[in-house]
Design a binder for this molecule. Sequence first.
Ligand SMILES: Cc1cc2nc3c(=O)[nH]c(=O)nc-3n(C[C@H](O)[C@H](O)[C@H](O)COP(=O)(O)OP(=O)(O)OC[C@H]3O[C@@H](n4cnc5c(N)ncnc54)[C@H](O)[C@@H]3O)c2cc1C
Length: 450
Amino acid sequence: MTEAADVLVVGAGLAGLTAARDLSAAGRSVLVLEARDRVGGRVVNQDIGGGKIVEMGGQYVGPTQDRLLALAKDLGVATFPTYDTGDKVLHFNGRRGTYSQSIPKISPLVLVDIGRAQARLESLARRVPTDAPWTAPNAARLDGQTFETWARRNTVTRAARTLLALATEAVFAAEPGELSMLHVLFYAHSGGSFQQVISTTGGAQQDRFVGGSALLADGLAAGLGESVRLRAAVNRIEVNGDKVTAGSAAGRFEGRHIIVTVPPLLAGRIDYEPTLPPWREQLTQRAPMGSVIKCQVSYDEPFWRKEGLSGQATGDGTGSRVVFDNSPPDGSPGILLAFVEGDEARTLGRETADVRRRAVVDSLVTYFGPKAAKPEGYLELDWQQEKWTGGCYGTLFGPGVWTRYGHALREPVGPIHWAGTETSPIWAGYMDGAVRSGERAAQAVLAALP
Ligand SMILES: Cc1cc2nc3c(=O)[nH]c(=O)nc-3n(C[C@H](O)[C@H](O)[C@H](O)COP(=O)(O)OP(=O)(O)OC[C@H]3O[C@@H](n4cnc5c(N)ncnc54)[C@H](O)[C@@H]3O)c2cc1C
């Protein structure tokens, strides 16, 4: 039996659920087909007992992420500030230091070097139109080099390049050599500026959701009821006259339009009939995901706070590269969120869970001292192993992709529409971008429906 609705949506992440909410609010019938046995996609809560949770996927929200904040407001999900009081730790070149402002205590030469490179990057980023990065001034030249090549040309010290690499890992979960310079500029501009995407207060990591970001997905799904089908991985999309049919693990579904909200890499694994235009097919061949393992390490209490530390740390050694205080709003238990990113995630991802845990905890000892050695709990999620995501935080474009195939990222193919955070000109890669993309796709479908 084939079930029918006006619109089919592939994926029940924030993009798919937002699109479905808007379609349904406009009086259209909708079916959301989700591969996993849960909604939320890259957003997922994990219970840690005592009515508390940690988020194993997307969690932070910041200024200008207005569509995500509006969604939270609608659903009654409050925010609270990320703990950002006290000194930060930088472990660099085998030495540990702390600093109170945003400027680490390192050689003035390196500071000037990195400051100049960042100023150039910000100025280039401002000139990239985020709805069409391939039209930026010198787009082909910027897209013909990696961020690493650019950094080599635009810095004089190795230390400045290492710091840029650490920032790249934190933002993209990838190394500078994997990214097109144009992609880095697009991404920075899409979030306002590079400074904004790397900042805590005033930036993308400013706030957190009380009860966890997954409440947003749960709230949207609750409003959609039976329209959301779990364990319904879509493997085929067939367009026939004015009908589109989705073949899935849970049966066949028919609609007049379909919105595919999965990352481009996974969209490329669906079998389309008729086949997609070659530019779309080739885009999805060139859309890898980043590499991150998100670890939550808990202690009786946030002992670092008493020592005047914010719990934020960055380092160029093994184990975690970026750390935040991720304790619940009441500060109990103390939780350090440790990101293992880029090459380190690839290396540790091949090790046993014990080796990985030791490497992560050892890095916390390097940052915060011996009290970090004996955590009460340790949780991790290796997004590289998540079949229905393929890696995180999102899609990375290497050289040549934006200028050759960028036009195919959002352009619908007949009744097939593309959404998901990757398709958003604003806050691409973030939860806010996902919500915006769902809203945009729903509007396009509503305009096209008779
Ligand atoms: C570790 C980590 C940390 C992050 N931190 C932040 C942060 O702090 N702040 C922030 O804003 N963002 C963060 N992000 C990014 C953010 O989570 C994502 O940008 C956002 O959740 C993406 O939503 P989406 O709906 O576009 O995609 P997804 O959430 O990936 O949704 C796609 C859905 O499609 C499903 N699916 C896949 N293939 C199929 C198929 N064939 N058939 C049916 N269903 C399918 C998937 O299961 C998934 O549910 C983070 C992500 C990760 C993983």
